[in-house]
Design a protein around this ligand. Structure first.
Ligand code: NPW
Ligand code: ADP
Ligand code: K
Length: 506
């Protein structure tokens, strides 16, 4: 059973840990097991004979580090310990005493420290609740400035386990070995520069204990390949036709931002949607036809400035004829009147980019709650602040939960760690992405892709927020794949659309 999708706070981890101990697992045995697993993993990273400095804190994070120190010592590594604390927890103290009997050198002052090839950071784990100060803070800064690889046990010391905030200062890890279950702080954007390459060290926490604490259906989950693939509309039923595979309407583009409409269209194309209609200003029609010959391009009357003046659909069709609508990329804010009209549609609706800016301007957020079908808002941080000026976004997870509850919409907050919440506060976090995506137009691709997926799975028994999560995963995996072949500078939005299919084939 993979534990990759679970996310816990410090207090939930403490509760889970308590259940394991109450059930009879000795604390010392668990520490030994965890330390052994960390050591095994380290052997793949640190070659024999290297010099390894071990940073030991007063709690059980330090205890884990001491077990690792002992194992490294016996396997022929050159080990020293930095342990500046006057008081250690009992188990940690015992391990410390043993390392001293083994004559592993120990230092209290950074000025005395020998050189090293690697550092193991066992200063603080999920027990850190207040700021690191004085000599310990100075030591953390000293180690960061050395620019040697650091491997953090559980979480880089100094990060808040839940919010990922830096408490005074924090270790900048090269690797983070998170123990047992993913800590929420490791999925917060502000923690990213400190985490390095993160991986989970599974130490066999019984599923029943996890569920007893975080519930059968956890409130906050990580998107994984498994969760994402499980909601894709694959395989297709053998007996089907194009209208059964969803009909998506995109409302996007303007004379000023014609490319946004194309990119949204190409994102939708990659989703496999059965029918694609794209409403653009009349003057963009031929351009769109040439780029997306399979789509039905609807030329709408336009304003003097080249924005859509009104969404005029062909005869016999209205907004409710579609399985899903996505609106916003490249619209401009020139005509704010189309948004109140569009939000009256009775199918699922995605609002992005200028549709969100218009929404913020005319204050229609409360009206979203009255919609008959789901609304998905996909702001980046700037759009989020305009839409929800009263919500503090330091903790992005809390922020989207509040925003989703206030608006009755599913809110996807874009960024390096895109997060999604439904109105009940159920959250998905996308744990992998690439800064290669920080380029104009990559969000437009996401809107099209999401629209196409939503149109295909409507009326199937899949939650809309699960599809939103799948789209976020697919989009970022395409960015990662493209960056692997073309570097982080090679992932323009058009190129990104070309990597969507290869992600699934992989
Ligand atoms: N959960 C599990 O299943 C398992 C957990 N395990 C491991 O245990 C770790 C959690 O251990 P933990 O609870 O002992 O806390 P930890 O993070 O080591 O340190 C807290 C200590 O630091 C102190 N302190 C706090 N702030 C401070 C400051 N600013 N400046 C100075 N001191 C400060 C605080 O002392 P205080 O002064 O508050 O009494 C306290 O003593 C966890 O991350 C994992 O590595 C594994 O061994 C096995 C499985
Ligand atoms: N630093 C980053 N790391 C990972 N993904 C990023 C980063 N910056 C932006 N992205 C992703 O790129 C996309 C940018 O979307 P957006 O800001 O709406 O761009 P645009 O409106 O120009 O299309 C989002 O999916 C976002 O999650
Ligand atoms: K640590």
């Amino acid at each position: 059973m993979t534990k990759e999708k679970f996310i816990v706070t410090a207090s939930q981890m403490r509760e889970i840990e308590a259940r394991i101990f109450t059930a009879g697992m000795p604390v010392a045995a668990l520490m030994e097991k965890v330390g052994g697993l960390i050591f095994q993993r380290l052997q793949a990273i640190i070659s024999p004979g290297k010099c390894v400095g071990i940073l030991v804190g007063p709690g059980h994070n330090g205890g884990d580090a001491l077990v690792v120190a002992r194992e490294l010592h016996f396997r022929g590594y050159q080990v020293w310990i930095y342990q500046p604390f006057s008081k250690l927890k009992e188990l940690t103290s015992q391990h410390f005493q043993y390392t001293q009997s083994l004559k592993i050198p120990c230092y209290q002052e950074i000025s005395q420290l020998p050189s090293y090839d690697f550092l193991i950071d066992g200063l603080f784990g999920f027990g850190l609740e207040r700021e690191i100060t004085d000599s310990i803070a100075a030591a953390v800064n000293y180690f960061n400035n050395k620019n040697q690889p650091i491997i953090s046990i559980d979480i880089p010391s100094g990060l808040h386990t839940d919010t990922g905030e830096v408490l005074g200062t924090a270790i900048q890890a090269t690797y983070t070995f998170c123990l047992g279950l993913w800590k929420q702080g490791l999925l917060q954007e502000q923690a990213l520069p400190y985490i390095g390459q993160a991986e989970l060290i599974d130490f066999d926490i019984p599923l029943a204990d996890i569920q007893a604490v975080i519930g059968d259906i956890p409130k906050i989950k990580r998107i994984t390949q498994t969760t994402a693939l499980s909601t894709l509309p694959l395989p297709r039923p053998l007996i089907t036709h194009k209208y059964k595979q969803g009909h998506l309407l995109l409302i996007c583009g303007s004379r000023r931002y014609a490319g946004g409409a194309i990119l949204t269209g190409l994102g939708a194309r990659a989703s496999g949607v059965g029918m694609l209609s794209i409403a653009v200003p009349e003057s963009l029609k031929m351009l769109l036809v040439s780029q997306l010959p399979e789509a039905l391009i609807i030329g709408c009357p336009e304003t003097e400035t080249g924005a859509i003046a009104s969404v005029q659909l062909p005869e016999n069709i209205d907004l409710n004829s579609f399985t899903a609508i996505a609106c916003g990329p490249g619209l401009t804010k020139d005509n704010i009147s189309i948004i109140p009209e569009i939000i009256q549609c009775e199918c699922p609706l995605i609002l992005d980019a200028d549709a969100l800016n218009i929404l913020a301007q005319i204050g229609t957020i409360p009206r979203l709650k009255q919609r008959k079908s789901a609304t998905v808002l996909t702001p980046h941080t700037g759009e989020f602040k305009r839409l929800f000026p009263n919500i503090d976004h330091t903790d992005r997870i809390k922020a989207i939960q509040t925003a989703a509850q206030e608006s009755g919409a599913i809110v996807l907050l874009k960024g390096a760690r895109t997060a999604i919440s439904n109105p009940q506060g159920n959250v998905w976090i996308n744990p992998e992405s690439t800064p290669a995506l920080a380029r104009g137009g990559s969000g437009d691709v996401l809107t099209g892709l999401l629209g196409g997926l939503l149109a295909q799975i409507m009326n199937k028994e899949i939650l809309i927020e699960d599809i939103v999560a799948t789209a976020a995963w697919w989009h970022s995996q395409a960015g990662i794949l493209a960056a692997q072949t073309r570097t982080e500078l090679g992932v323009d939005a058009f190129t990104l659309t070309q990597y969507l299919m290869p992600v699934l084939k992989k």
